[in-house]
Ligand binder design. Structure first.
Ligand SMILES: [Zn+2]
Length: 447
C-alpha cells in the first residue's frame, strides 16, 4: 500500500458508522482516496515517503457538504439584506444585467470563500452554469451542479433555458471527477407545471437529482394556492415530483401536514439558517427532523447571508432552532455535524464515497485549528466544533486528494487577485443594473 499525504498527530472526527473520534491519530491519503487511519507512530512507519502535514492541535473532519449555494452570486453580496421581498425587488432586476463573465468571476470568488469556510462540496445551481462549472474545476471544488431553469418571473426565462438545463446534465455526466450534474428547476411557482413534469421524468431517466427552492416566500405560496388550491409541497406531491432525489431549499411557508409529505417522500429540506434569520423567516428545521425529514444545511447565496462559510453556519443552525422551539436540547451538535457530512453525502447519492473518513472513500477533508484561545479548553468536541469554531479556523482543505487550502491560504488561485476582481466587477454590475432599472435606482437611493 502507498500513501502520498500523511496527516499526523491530529484529533480525527471520522463520522464513520460508529462515529469514532481518534486522538493523536494519523490519516493516510493516496491519490484521490483515503488509505488508512490509525495511531501516528504506526502510519508514520508504514508510509515513510509520504508528505507529512502536522495535525498537532488540529481537528480533522470529513469535508463539509454545503447543500444549498449559488457560488456565482458573490458580486451581489448583501444586496437583498433587509429589503422586503428582496428576491423580487432587487435580486432579479440586478440579474437581468448579469453576463456569463460575471458568473464566472462570481463563482471563482464564491467558490474560494466556500472552500475557505470548510465546504469541500457545494450543491449549487445558477444561470450560465457552464461558467460556474469551469470556475469550480479551476478552484478544485467539488460540485453537484445544476443550470437554473425558470419559465416565469425570473431574469432569464424561456424554452432555451429548459433545454440547456437538460443538455447540461447530458454534457457533464461522467465527464469530470469533481462535477455531478443535476437538474435545477428554480422553484414551484417559477417553473411551469409541464416543465416540472418533464424534468421529473428526465431526472429519473438519467439517474440524476433535482435541486430547487420550495415554499421560500409568501408570494410563492399564494401563487400556488391561487393556481392549484394547495400548498407548495402538496402541489409537488400531487404531481409526483417529490422523492429521495429531490433537494428542496427553505420549505418555510408550509403547513404541518406538508412536513409529513416531505418526510414520507424522502425529499430533503435544505435549512439555510443565516439567510432565514436575516430574512426574519425561520424554517421549522428541528420539527422536520423529529417528524422524520432528512434536513440538510446550506449557506445559500451571499446576497442575504452574507457569507459562504459553512463552519460558521453550523453555529446558527443550532442556536436558531433552540430559540425557535424554546428547547435548549433541540438540534444537538452531533446531529448538525451529521447533516453537513454523512446525511448530505447520502442525499447526493455519494454516501459510499463522501461524508466520512473511511479507507476507500474519497479524500475530501478539512482541518480546523483547535488550539487557539477561543477553542480551548475542550470538554465536548462536537459542541466545540459547532459553537466555538469559525470558518476562519479552517487551516487545511483537501478535495479529491488535492490540498486546495494550506495554512489558511487558497492554493489554486491568488486570493488578493480575486478580492480585486470582486471590487471591480461587483460595482460595475450594480451600475449597469441601476442604469437599466428605474425602480432599482429608487431602492438604491433609499438604502
Ligand atoms: Zn437559493
Amino acid at each position: 500500500m502507498k500513501a502520498d499525504v500523511l496527516i499526523t498527530n491530529a484529533t480525527i472526527v471520522t463520522m464513520n458508522a460508529d462515529r469514532e473520534i481518534l486522538s493523536e491519530a494519523a490519516i493516510a491519503l493516496n491519490g484521490e482516496r483515503i488509505v488508512q487511519l490509525g495511531p501516528t507512530a504506526d502510519l508514520a512507519a508504514a508510509f515513510p515517503k509520504a508528505e507529512v502535514i502536522d495535525g498537532a492541535g488540529k481537528v480533522v473532519l470529513p469535508g463539509l457538504i454545503n447543500a444549498h449555494t449559488h457560488i456565482a452570486m458573490s458580486l451581489q453580496k448583501g444586496i437583498t439584506l433587509a429589503v422586503p421581498d428582496g428576491l423580487y425587488r432587487v435580486m432579479w432586476p440586478v440579474e437581468k444585467s448579469l453576463t456569463a463573465e460575471d458568473c464566472y468571476v462570481g463563482a471563482l470568488i464564491g467558490g474560494a470563500e466556500a472552500l475557505k469556510g470548510g465546504s469541500t462540496t457545494v450543491v449549487d445551481h445558477y444561470f450560465h452554469m457552464e461558467q460556474v462549472t469551469k470556475a469550480a474545476i479551476e478552484l478544485g471544488l467539488r460540485g453537484v451542479m445544476g443550470h437554473t431553469i425558470m419559465s416565469r418571473l425570473g431574469p432569464i426565462t424561456g424554452e432555451r433555458e429548459l433545454e440547456e438545463g437538460i443538455d447540461y446534465v447530458r454534457r457533464w455526466k461522467g465527464q469530470h471527477p469533481l462535477i455531478t450534474p443535476w437538474l435545477a428547476p428554480h422553484a414551484s411557482d417559477t417553473v411551469a407545471r409541464d416543465w416540472l413534469l418533464r424534468l421529473r421524468d428526465v431526472a429519473s431517466e438519467e439517474g440524476v437529482g433535482l435541486h430547487l427552492h420550495l415554499a421560500q416566500s409568501t408570494l410563492e405560496r399564494s401563487y400556488i394556492e391561487e393556481q392549484y388550491g394547495m400548498g407548495c409541497v402538496e402541489y409537488l406531491d400531487d404531481i409526483d415530483f417529490l422523492g429521495a432525489d429531490v433537494l428542496a431549499a427553505h420549505c418555510i411557508h408550509i403547513k404541518d401536514s406538508e412536513i409529513d409529505l416531505l418526510a414520507e417522500s424522502g425529499a430533503h429540506p435544505l435549512y439555510c439558517p443565516m439567510g432565514h434569520a436575516l430574512g426574519g423567516q425561520p424554517a421549522r428545521a428541528w420539527e422536520m427532523v423529529q417528524r422524520g425529514a432528512d434536513v440538510l444545511i446550506g449557506t445559500d447565496c451571499v446576497c442575504g447571508n452574507n457569507e459562504m462559510n459553512l463552519v460558521s453556519e453550523l453555529r446558527i443552525a443550532g442556536a436558531s432552532q433552540k430559540q425557535l422551539t424554546g428547547d435548549h436540547t433541540a438540534m444537538p451538535a452531533g446531529k448538525i455535524l451529521e447533516m453537513a457530512t454523512v446525511n448530505a453525502a447520502a442525499a447526493i447519492g455519494m454516501g459510499d464515497q463522501l461524508g466520512a473518513l473511511v479507507p476507500g472513500y474519497l479524500a475530501d477533508l478539512i482541518m480546523l485549528d483547535f488550539d487557539r484561545l477561543h477553542a480551548v479548553p475542550n470538554y465536548d468536541l462536537h459542541n466545540n466544533i459547532v459553537y466555538t469554531c469559525h470558518g476562519r479556523d479552517v487551516h487545511t482543505v483537501i478535495v479529491h486528494g488535492e490540498v486546495v487550502v494550506r495554512d489558511h491560504q487558497l492554493q489554486t488561485l491568488d486570493e488578493a487577485e480575486l478580492a480585486a476582481l470582486a471590487q471591480e466587477k461587483g460595482p460595475a454590475l450594480i451600475r449597469r443594473a441601476v442604469a437599466k432599472e428605474q425602480d432599482l435606482a429608487a431602492l438604491w437611493d433609499a438604502a
